[in-house]
Design a protein around this ligand. Structure first.
Ligand code: SAM
Length: 275
C-alpha cells in the first residue's frame, strides 16, 4: 500500500534499493512517516521556505518536509547508494528536490543559500551533527543565512545544547548555543523508532538565532570557555591562569572563587571582552 504522500512505504524503498544500514555512516533510519512529519513540523511553517536537509538517507524526513509544503529541499547525502531512492522522490515533487552527493562537513551551505527564507533540518550521526552545529553558529556575519535549525541528536548532546548555568550538562556547547540562539529540546524519540535501533534515546532540538547576541569575539569566547571548562571542578582563578587568571576575572567583575558551571553566558561574554 502506498503511503499518504503517494510514494511507496519506506520499508519497501529500503528493500528495493538494498539500503542495508551502514554503521560507519551512522545510519539509523526513521521509517515512520508520522514521526518524520512530527520532526519536520518542529521547524514551524515551511511554506515558501528552502530547507537544507543533511543526510536524507532513503528520504523519510525529506518526504515529510516536502509534504508539509517546503518550496524546495536541497539535500546533502554522503552515501551514493541512497541517490536512486531520492531520485524517485524528486520525480514525485518536480523541481522541488535537489540532491547533492557529498560530505556535509565540506559543504559551504551559506554559498548554496538562495534568496528568501532558509531552514535547516537534519537527522545526522552524532559527531557530524555537533560539528555542523558549531560551524553554523560560528560565522562572523550574524544573523546567519538560516532562520532555524531543527536537528536530531542523542539525548545527552541535546541536553548539552540547551543547558544553562548550574546544570551538569552545561559546558562549551551550551555557552556557544546560548550566546547566539534560543535553543529548546522539542521531544524525545525512542531507539525502537529507528531501523536499526541505536543504543540511546534521541532528541529533537530546535534553535532560533538571536537577532542581537551580546557583542563578543567568538575566538575569545572559545578561549575562555575552553580554559574554564577544561578544569570545570576548579575555581576560575586556577583554571583561567593560562589566560590571565585572577586579574582577568577582576577586570570582568567576576568573583575568582567561582567555578565555570556557575557562570552565565553573559558573564562568559564579559570575560571574553576583558581578554
Ligand atoms: C541517522 S541517518 C538519517 C537518515 C534519514 N534522514 C532518516 O531520518 O531516516 C544519517 C544519514 O546521514 C548520512 N551521512 C552521514 N555522514 C554524512 C556526512 N558527513 N555528510 C552527509 N551525509 C552524511 C548517512 O549516510 C545517513 O543517510
Amino acid at each position: 500500500m502506498a503511503a499518504l504522500d503517494g510514494l511507496p512505504p519506506l520499508r519497501d524503498v529500503i528493500q528495493r534499493h538494498g539500503l542495508d544500514a551502514r554503521k560507519a555512516l551512522g545510519q539509523n533510519f526513521l521509517l515512520d512517516l508520522n514521526l518524520t512529519q512530527k520532526v519536520a513540523r518542529t521547524a514551524g511553517s515551511l511554506e515558501g521556505v528552502t530547507v537544507f536537509e543533511v543526510g536524507p538517507g532513503p528520504g523519510g524526513l525529506t518526504r515529510a518536509i516536502l509534504a508539509l509544503g517546503a518550496a524546495k529541499v536541497i539535500a546533502v547525502e554522503r552515501d551514493a547508494r541512497c541517490l536512486p531512492a531520492l531520485a524517485e522522490i524528486a520525480d514525485h515533487y518536480p523541481g522541488r528536490l535537489e540532491v547533492i552527493e557529498g560530505d556535509a562537513l565540506k559543504t559551504d551551505f551559506s554559498a548554496l543559500a538562495p534568496q528568501g527564507p532558509v531552514k535547516i533540518i537534519a537527522n545526522l550521526p552524532y559527531n557530524v551533527g555537533t560539528q555542523l552545529l558549531v560551524n553554523w553558529l560560528l560565522p562572523m556575519q550574524w544573523p546567519p543565512f538560516w532562520q532555524s535549525l531543527t536537528l536530531m541528536f542523542q539525548k545527552e548532546v541535546g541536553q548539552r545544547i540547551v543547558a544553562q548555568e548550574d546544570d551538569n550538562h552545561y559546558g562549551r556547547l551550551g555557552v556557544l548555543c546560548g550566546w547566539r540562539t534560543q535553543a529548546q529540546m522539542a521531544f524525545d524519540i525512542s531507539p525502537q523508532a529507528f531501523t536499526p535501533p541505536p543504543k540511546v534515546t534521541s532528541t529533537v532540538v530546535h534553535l532560533i538565532p538571536k537577532e542581537h547576541p551580546i557583542p563578543c569575539a567568538v575566538e575569545k569566547l572559545e578561549a575562555v570557555t575552553q580554559a574554564a571548562f577544561g578544569q570545570r571542578r576548579k575555581m576560575l582563578r586556577q583554571s583561567l591562569k593560562p589566560i590571565g587568571g585572577e586579574a582577568l576575572l577582576l577586570k570582568a567583575d567576576i568573583d575568582p572563587q567561582r567555578r565555570a558551571e556557575t557562570l552565565s553566558v553573559e558573564e562568559f561574554c564579559r570575560l571574553a571582552n576583558a581578554l
